[in-house]
Design a protein around this ligand. Structure first.
Ligand SMILES: Cc1cc2nc3c(=O)[nH]c(=O)nc-3n(C[C@H](O)[C@H](O)[C@H](O)COP(=O)(O)O)c2cc1C
Length: 346
């Protein structure tokens, strides 16, 4: 679907798409993270940055086709620009899932070629796809034929004993020939034997220079770098040479440090809100969620890091952690927790 157009989402909503090009939003993105970047998390992050590109958790193509679509794909229209990340390696299934996601209103379809978990490997997708670039190219060709929104790929620099300096340029060449113009490269290998997914985010060494080399070889591609970037100070210099920076764990654990000033520093936009203002903006959303039968902690678990590093942060975190899961817990719990921070500031 063309950016800037309106679309009926098939769930009764009509949304205005962002007029700016997605490439611009991809200068800073929040990484797809299973169990973390759910719709509540993305709603929070969007309150903090109007411009950063947000990604869903990975959803597998069969789940999209056969599962509870509203639970897997439903999102708030204010989350735009938002990309759905698909997992899969069957081109036809991926194409069908992508069509469904596009109808839901997603701005981008991203293919996961980086996830190392056993479950994902046994389904032969995720990072193991680094071994079959021709299949990835075929998947992407079918995705591109199926949807009008951009199709992008998130990959590693290689897996196991592959040689990244050979594998990565070959992967980018083949997949870009299928029509993909934008990639996010998690700048470390995935070791598919012997490391847990968590270890696979820390132990294989980062190779940022290789991503820079790829930009020199493929100057026409939009390349975002990912892995181990913990602050905007660290992110900004990458943008001198590369097209985008994707941040995962730091954006989740310390969202205020990464996102509150991102619109000004990364996108040349306005100064963002304060963390306190963000909390106040979350209250009507929380009320709505509770009214629909949801639990407070579904939302507040993503808000624990909002005041990280500030006086009162520990009490904010502790009060929410101890109280938000209780039956009947409502916005008053959040307001009381906020009081611990504002008292310290006064
Ligand atoms: C809890 C968690 C879940 C993740 N789930 C996914 C996922 O669903 N898809 C994906 O491509 N990467 C996933 N990742 C990897 C991140 O997208 C990112 O590549 C990785 O954390 C490195 O970036 P960082 O150092 O900025 O966190 C996950 C990471 C974490 C911490």
């Amino acid at each position: 679907m063309l950016e800037g157009a309106s679309k009926n989402l098939g769930c009764g909503q009509v949304t205005e798409k962002t007029p700016q090009r997605l490439e611009h939003h991809a200068r800073l993105s929040v990484a797809p993270m299973m169990d973390w970047t759910d719709r509540h998390c993305r709603y929070l992050h969007r309150r903090m940055s109007k411009h950063a590109l947000l990604y869903t958790e990975m959803v597998t193509a069969p789940a999209v086709i056969h599962g509870d679509r509203e639970r897997l794909l439903g999102f708030n229209e204010t989350e735009h620009p938002v990309a759905v990340q698909l997992g899969g390696s069957d081109p036809k299934q991926l194409a069908e899932a992508a069509r469904i996601a596009e109808d839901y209103g997603y701005d981008e379809i991203n293919l996961n070629c980086g996830c190392p978990s056993d479950r994902v490997q046994s389904g032969s997708f995720g990072a193991i796809l680094m071994e079959t670039p021709a299949l990835v190219a075929e998947c992407c060709a079918q995705l591109i034929a199926a949807v009008d929104v951009p199709v992008t790929v998130k990959c590693r620099i290689g897996v196991d004993d592959q040689e990244p300096t050979e594998v990565l340029p070959d992967f980018l060449a083949r997949v870009s020939s299928a029509g993909v113009g934008r990639f996010t490269i998690h700048a470390r290998k995935a070791w598919l034997q012997g490391l847990s997914p968590k270890e696979n985010r820390d132990i294989p060494p980062l190779d940022y220079p290789l991503v820079h080399e790829m930009k020199a070889v493929f100057p026409h591609l939009h390349l975002s770098i990912n892995g181990g970037i913990e602050s905007l100070d660290q992110a900004e210099p990458f943008l001198d040479a590369l097209d985008g920076v994707m941040i995962g764990r730091a954006a989740y654990h310390t969202p205020s440090d990464i996102l509150l000033d991102a619109d000004r520093r990364i996108f040349g936009g306005r100064v963002g809100p304060t963390a306190e203002e963000v909390v106040m903006e979350m209250l009507p959303y929380i009320d709505q969620h509770l009214g629909a039968g949801g639990k407070l902690h579904h939302v507040t678990r993503h808000m624990l890091g909002l005041f990280q590093g500030r006086p009162g942060a520990r009490m904010w975190r502790r009060y929410l952690s101890e109280n938000a899961h209780k039956d009947g817990a409502g916005c008053d719990v959040v307001e009381t927790a906020l009081g611990f921070v504002t008292q310290q500031a006064a």
